[in-house]
Design a protein around this ligand. Structure first.
Ligand code: SF4
Length: 271
């Protein structure tokens, strides 16, 4: 995933597990519990409406990393740090054809893995991690990918963001893997403002209605990639332009809310 925050960066920024735990209500001097502040510029109804529209627009977002099981998804996400999904898919097609389990990956060996992924950035280190994490899966988890964040982040090369992607895509857990698009949207729209991916993650997990959490991270990534782009947001093609609170938005008129096939771009509207 090109241009993203790496797990290493995320790991160094804060103590991870503390982040998504809801803050305890503060107590006033009188000892009564006070509710923590709603962490978004949007009301709960507005947040729900934003995600309702994303859900109509992209009923089944899939993510673009190719994989055949939870293990190959985990390997693909580890390989995707500072690389494009397309570049990773090109390399993993051959790799997963010969090694789609930790046992087969170990049998292939580090040099064999390296041969397949040489076109991806940081391939030497990534080949090492793929072998080390495969060995750890066999030694500690019976060769299965664990559906648990602490267990996943104990694996070599796996940080919170990678764990969140795997928990969400392979196990259907309501996690939020914050990449560069989601970090930008959280702040530009004032949806979940925060200086770090962990801060934005904690706020998004708090404000997004549970029924939308399964796909929320894909919707935000795709909205950021195709519409609310980094340099120049394409507000004319935005289905939430009327709700959006970005100070520099270029339109108040929402684009027609029509379903899109797959994970591709929206059909452009004339300004
Ligand atoms: S209106 Fe513009 S700034 Fe707001 S979400 Fe849409 S594309 Fe982004």
């Amino acid at each position: 995933m090109e241009g993203e925050y790496t797990d290493e960066m995320a790991k160094s920024k804060s103590k991870i597990d503390a982040v998504s735990k809801p803050a305890k209500p503060r107590r006033t001097a009188a000892g009564t519990a006070r509710k923590t502040r709603w962490p978004s510029d949007y009301s709960p109804d507005e947040v729900a409406e934003i995600f309702r529209r994303f859900a109509v627009q992209r009923p089944e977002p899939k993510g673009e990393l190719e994989h055949v099981n939870a293990y190959t998804l985990l390997v693909a996400v580890v390989l995707s740090a500072q690389a494009t999904d397309a570049g990773v898919n090109k390399a993993t097609r051959g790799l997963f054809a010969v090694a789609d389990t930790p046992q087969k990956m170990l049998a292939l060996g580090e040099a064999g893995v390296a041969d397949h992924i040489r076109t991806i950035g940081l391939w030497r280190n990534k080949a090492k991690n793929v072998i080390a994490l495969s060995r750890a899966l066999i030694d500690n988890f019976g060769g299965e990918v664990p559906a648990d964040r602490d267990a996943l982040t104990s694996l070599p090369g796996v940080g919170r963001k990678t764990a969140n992607v795997v928990l969400n895509m392979a196990f259907g857990q309501p996690t939020m893997a914050v990449d560069t698009h989601i970090l930008r949207l959280g702040n530009r729209l004032k949806l979940a403002p925060g200086k770090t991916p962990d801060e934005v993650e904690a706020k998004l997990v708090r404000i997004i209605p549970e029924k939308y959490m399964r796909h929320a991270h894909h919707w935000l990534i795709l909205h950021g990639r195709y519409v609310c782009k980094a340099r120049k947001p394409d507000c004319w093609n935005c289905v939430i332009a009327d709700i959006c609170n970005a100070p520099d938005k270029a339109s108040d008129v929402p684009a027609p809310l029509v379903p899109i096939d797959g994970d591709g771009p929206v059909a452009p509207q004339a300004p």
